[in-house]
Design a protein around this ligand. Sequence first.
Ligand code: GLC
Length: 575
Amino acid sequence: MSSSSFPVDWSHQNGNSRNPEDTLCSVAEVEEFDFSKALDKPRLLNIERQRSCDERSMSELSIGFSPRQLSTKPDNYYRLPDHLDNSFFLLPKSGLNTPRSLILDPHPLIVSEAWEALRRSLVYFRGQPVGTIAALDNSDEKLNYDQVFIRDFVPSALAFLMHGEPDIVKNFILKTLRLQSWEKKIDRFHLAEGVMPASFKVYHDPVRNHETLIADFGESAIGRVAPVDSGFWWIILLRAYTKSTGDSSLAERPECQKGMRLILSLCLSEGFDTFPTLLCADGCCMIDRRMGVYGYPIEIQALFFMALRCALQLLKPDAEGKEFMERIVKRLHALSYHMRSYFWLDLKQLNDVYRFKTEEYSHTAVNKFNVIPDSLPDWVFDFMPHHGGYFVGNVSPARMDFRWFCLGNCIAILSSLATPEQSVAIMDLIESRWEELIGDMPVKVCYPAIESHEWRIVTGCDPKNTRWSYHNGGSWPVLLWLLSAASIKTGRPQIARRALHIAETRLVKDNWPEYYDGTLGRYVGKQARKFQTWSIAGYLVARMMLDDPSHLGIVALEDDKQLKPLLKRSNSWTL
Ligand code: GLC
């Protein structure tokens, strides 16, 4: 991380004077900026209260950055939309070898091809665009790729928001909200009210010449698993829409408030849990097949944390909203403590686990989950760099899944579930293990692949998830947007730039595949769809964020200082 200081005078800041000229920044100044400092900067209290989507910290203080005085050079500056705070709009020196590449897109042809492909994927309902189809592949085997998936639409939505086209996102949010209120049933069993669909499609009745929506809540999905991630993505998207447009009226609508509360009721309900993490079935998220991610998968825990923080910003503090806000605050404290303590793995922690005593009883136990050191896989000793760390895939009784998962770790950075130090460590690890995680096509969905006997047991002999393919160590271009956002947030956009450079040339040539196979991601995936929409949108979002880092604010949340002091644990667990 760049440690260069930046000569910015914060003392003049005054959130009330939102002069558009204040939000201009020259590239020369951009070079001087240390992003890590921006995130740590003491923030001003009680400004910009009028916008309902302003950051609300756990302590319910309204905090945020305010515009700074910047010189106005004619054509090499960023102009921030008025509704964005300016905490995410600059890049550190290390990332700017060719400043103009930030302003002029070096690959206009690829970008325009991507936009054309993205627009072709639009799905209309009664004349209005409501989402994007998962893949525009013409092959016979369509399965459910002709549907609008909630998770797949997220990068599309971000692309449209960053491009100043928020209407489709609004339509999507409202349509999926209507679907949530459907009665959901699998055989004779009713699903909870708050469950959001995995996907939906528009059915055109040729006889009545009438369009209706058909949704899948898991009852048609392979494996019949409800998508736990959909509701979280929906809340995250609602916050992205609000942040990007400055229009808080959508989130404030009673039906949106209710939709959020229904999702929250599901994941904040009390049960037999002894941990603040969410217990899940295999295949309930992006990895939607049996892959040994049941239990407490990092992807869901990170999305859960982010959705809780977004909801805290969006909920109206009326009687019902307040009650949820209190529950959220409590859960966030417990969740961040648990994740930062028990899911975190670096060299020191690995060594501690390696030396763990087992069968400890009572409160003084150090090895709380009774992880048996013999269960440590060989690969993890080589994989762990001197500098760096990551959140492991899963932690539950006597089981730590040491695999590295891209989505969960990037969301941990974006949501500030990871402390600033942990965020830096995650990016350090990605740089140190570039071949393994990025290779010839960014980014590995997880590392490493499971093989042979383990593959048989863990996947149930899944022929789609053979080693280094699909969810089992395959490389997914969609993850580029998450990697890019995380690298910009940690002040290391050069990582995103390098990854994008690798992906860019191949993606168009290969017709935007869904995933790549092989240890390095050299081969177009065995059963990968072509013109996979989130590969296209993921690329566009990554490009747009690199070209204009102010977009980051739509998908990133600042570190919440309120969570920090609570991070204490026994000596052997120190970070
Ligand atoms: C695959 C992916 C899933 C995605 C779907 C549609 O099933 O595993 O994450 O949502 O395809 O693209």
